[in-house]
Each structure stands twice: as structure tokens, then as C-alpha cells.
Ligand binder design. Structure first.
Ligand code: UT7
Length: 329
């Protein structure tokens, strides 16, 4: 049994935060942000709405498009680093809001590689024959964990969600082909939110020291991201007897345009083989890859049979690549 993506969708909030807006908030410039990251604007969700709001909207879009009832879902996996609450899971709130009466679900914490991890996980349940319809969602409300006085982080991230529906393949010859995933926890302090968990429970001190905001050593993450995504994608191609010429699209995690360009160069891919939308949304963490895939699908860029590689790198360090053959007409 093979698992195939049969539906794809996304949701982004309406409110835009532009580089010009950020110039008013921290010591930065449109020129610096554009040349160092490629980002022009990002989307910000309303304060009173949580991550699950975006996840539900992205999933609903697919259910409507496919005329599938939420009751038919067997499993909901939410890749997120910004859950609505620690207890219960964001998946529980999404299940409730979708009114998906016959499923189970869980959150998966894989940082910026969360969606790739989640897609690999969902695939196992379809390939085993256990489940027929698995909704895999990448959603993050990064704005809830950003210090808008820290120019190192607040210019990079944005909010959004993307989702795919996984089902068994009817023909058996298309779908999620292979993946290689990694985790190296020795890098954890280079990109993390120190407090709020059991390591640093919330206290006046953690709030005063701004320990609930995301902290990043950008240069170190940058170096590892380029090497990590290029190496693992190259190994995945070799393992499947494919070359750069066989790949229709690389859909990379959108963290920095310079990282994406460096990865594409190492893999010897032409610009038209790489899907990029970082200019419009910034880094939406677990959402970047399904959001880029959904936009490319809406533009009718893919044809059934196309080889596509998804690749991500982020907090953990967690990284990996997934190879798939496109199925949707
Ligand atoms: O998605 C998860 C994985 N995350 C990533 O992949 C992010 C990886 N890292 C990056 O994308 C980049 O490292 C950043 C965009 C975060 C930073 O770019 P950089 O080219 O690595 O800059 P830097 O941190 O080396 O800083 C260069 C200079 C510094 O000034 P000095 O020390 O050279 O005088 C910074 O203080 O730029 C300064 N700087 C800024 N200037 C204007 C840092 N942030 C800003 C800013 N505006 N927002």
C-alpha cells in the first residue's frame, strides 16, 4: 500500500507586517531585511486567535475542495511549535472545531522540520493499511512567542498554516516514495524558547528575563541549515537513483532566501526548480513547506508524476528530506 497526497490547502491571516512597519519598531531597515533574508512582509494572526484557528481553516479548505466530511478522517497530526496550550494537544482543539467525530490525533514537535516529520509519520498509518484518511497540518503562530524588541528574531517569523490529506494510492505507483530524517539535540540551545516547559517553569523571573520568547543564534543555525538540507537531499536522490535533472521541484523550508539559494546551488538546481515564497510570509516554521506546496498547486505548477523533494531544517536540530511523486491533477 502506498500513501499519496490527494488534497492540499493553506491559510494565512489577512494582516500584513511589512519591513517598513518593522523599521518603526526596531533598529532595522527594509534594505537589511531584504538583502539578508529575502523577506518583504509576513502575516500576523489576531491576538485572540490561536494556532488551531489557522490549522482548522487550512484543513477545512481541503475537506471542501475534496467534498470529504470531517467524520471520514481517521487521524489528525498537527506539526507545531506554538501549540494553543500544552494540555491538551492542539490536535484535540482542531478535532473539536472540525467536528471530526471518528478520529484520533496528536501534536508533533519537530521545529521547522515538523511538517516533514509529520508527513513521514502519517504515511506509516496509510501504508500499514490502518488508516484511509490522514490530515497532516503544519501550523504556527510565531507572533505569540516573538519579542518585538529583538531585531534578531522578530523580522524573520510570521504566522500561517498548510495542510495535506493523505490517502492510500489507487494505482500503487505514486505517492510518498522515501524520506531521510535526522535529529541532533546537541544544537538545541542555538534555537529555542527557554521557559514555559518543565525545564524552566513559568515564574516572575522567567517573564522578567523574557525567557518565553524565541531565541536564536542565527549564524550557527544558518551554517548547519545549508549543510543539513543539501546533504540529506543529495543522499535521498542518490538512494532513489535520481539526479538533479529528475527533480521537478525542491520545496525547501523558507527561513532565509540566502539559505535556500545556497542549498539549491549545492544541489545544482536551476532557479525554476525551487519553490520560493519567503518574500510574502517570512518563516512560518511548520507551515512553510505545505504553504509553499499549496500556493504552487494553486498556480497549477505541478503535473502528476513530477518528482518533488521537501526539505527542512530547524530547532533541535531537526532536519530531513522527503521524496514524493505528485498525484493531484
Ligand atoms: O527556521 C529555523 C531555522 N532558522 C534559520 O534557518 C535562520 C538562520 N539564520 C539566519 O537566517 C540569519 O543568520 C539571520 C537572518 C538571523 C541573521 O542574518 P546574518 O547575516 O547571519 O546576520 P548576523 O546575525 O551575522 O548579523 C550581522 C550584523 C550584526 O551587526 P554587526 O555585529 O556586524 O555590527 C547584527 O547586529 O547585522 C546586525 N543585525 C541587524 N541589522 C539590522 C542583526 N539583525 C539585524 C536587523 N536589522 N534585523
Amino acid at each position: 500500500m502506498r500513501a499519496v497526497i490527494t488534497g492540499v490547502g493553506h491559510f494565512v491571516p489577512d494582516r500584513k507586517l511589512t519591513n517598513e512597519d518593522l523599521e518603526q519598531m526596531v533598529d532595522t531597515s527594509d534594505e537589511w531585511i531584504t538583502t539578508r533574508t529575502g523577506i518583504k512582509e509576513r502575516r500576523i494572526l489576531e491576538k485572540d486567535k490561536p494556532t488551531s484557528y489557522m490549522a482548522v481553516e487550512a484543513a477545512k479548505g481541503i475537506l471542501e475542495q475534496k467534498n470529504v466530511s470531517a467524520d471520514e478522517l481517521d487521524l489528525i497530526i498537527i506539526a507545531t511549535s506554538t501549540p494553543d496550550t500544552y494540555i491538551p494537544s492542539t490536535a484535540a482543539r482542531v478535532q473539536n472545531k472540525l467536528d471530526a467525530g471518528n478520529c484520533w490525533g496528536f501534536d508533533l514537535s519537530g521545529g521547522c522540520t515538523g511538517f516533514v516529520y509529520a508527513l513521514a509519520t502519517g504515511t506509516q498509518f496509510v501504508e500499514s493499511g490502518r488508516h484511509q484518511k490522514v490530515m497532516v497540518i503544519g501550523a504556527d503562530k510565531m507572533s505569540a512567542f516573538l519579542n518585538y524588541e529583538d531585531r534578531n528574531t522578530c523580522i524573520i517569523f510570521g504566522d500561517g498554516a498548510g495542510a495535506v490529506l493523505l490517502e492510500p494510492s489507487e494505482t500503487g505507483d505514486t505517492g510518498i516514495e522515501d524520506f531521510i530524517l535526522h535529529l541532533d539535540g546537541s544544537g538545541y540551545e542555538h534555537l529555542y524558547t527557554p521557559a514555559g516547559g518543565s525545564l524552566w517553569p513559568t515564574s516572575y523571573e522567567t517573564v522578567e528575563k523574557k525567557m518565553h520568547y524565541i531565541q536564536q543564534d542565527g549564524r550557527t543555525v544558518f551554517k548547519h541549515a545549508v549543510k543539513g538540507m543539501a546533504d540529506v537531499s543529495s543522499r535521498l536522490m542518490k538512494k532513489n537513483n535520481l539526479t538533479n535533472k529528475d527533480i521537478k521541484f525542491l520545496i525547501p523550508h523558507q527561513a532565509n532566501l540566502r539559505i535556500i539559494d545556497a542549498v539549491a546551488k549545492k544541489l545544482d538546481l536551476a532557479p525554476e526548480q525551487v519553490i520560493i515564497n519567503i518574500q510574502d510570509y517570512g518563516n512560518t516554521t511548520s507551515a512553510t513547506i505545505p504553504l509553499a506546496m499549496s500556493e504552487a498547486y494553486q498556480k497549477r505548477m505541478m503535473t502528476p508524476g513530477d518528482w518533488i523533494i521537501l526539505t527542512g531544517f530547524g530547532a533541535g536540530f531537526a532536519w530531513g528530506s522527503l521524496l514524493l511523486k505528485w498525484t493531484i491533477d
